[in-house]
Design a protein around this ligand. Structure first.
Ligand code: THU
Length: 123
């Protein structure tokens, strides 16, 4: 699985985002160490704070399917936005120090490790 491939999965997820309030779509795809890809997108609720970010949907889906070891995570937005603080914590806690691929929908991307995205993490 190469980076561009994982980004393509995240772009597919991005296209299905449910974000009628912010209109800011986010797609995320996480790669397991045994080469499975689990994707998610942001899902917004009428009760705004109960919204879930794409990264957490992808990671929690993977965990609920029994996967525990991950090697990289691609996050796609229109402008190459980076994960929010809450998602950084969840990535750190449940995926560890993995490669995070931040991309826009044109596949213009860069890579960063969890420890650089969340220095001095809690826990
Ligand atoms: N969002 C994500 O999906 N991931 C992040 O890391 C930051 C924000 C979503 C939440 C909301 O649906 C929209 O982007 C605007 O904040």
């Amino acid at each position: 699985m190469n980076d561009e491939n994982l980004i393509e999965h995240a772009i597919k997820a991005y296209k299905n985002a449910i974000c009628p309030y912010s209109k800011y779509s986010v797609g995320a795809s996480i790669l397991t160490t045994d080469n499975k890809i689990i994707s998610g997108f942001n899902i917004e609720s009428k009760a705004y704070p109960t919204t879930l970010c794409a990264e957490r949907v992808a990671i929690f889906s993977a965990l609920s399917q029994g996967y525990r070891k991950f090697s990289s995570l691609a996050v796609v937005t229109i402008d190459g936005g980076t994960p929010c603080g809450g998602c950084r914590q969840i990535i750190h806690e449940f995926a560890g120090d993995i490669t995070i691929i931040i991309s826009d929908i044109k596949k213009d991307y860069f890579k960063i490790m969890t420890k650089d995205l969340l220095p001095h993490p809690f826990g």
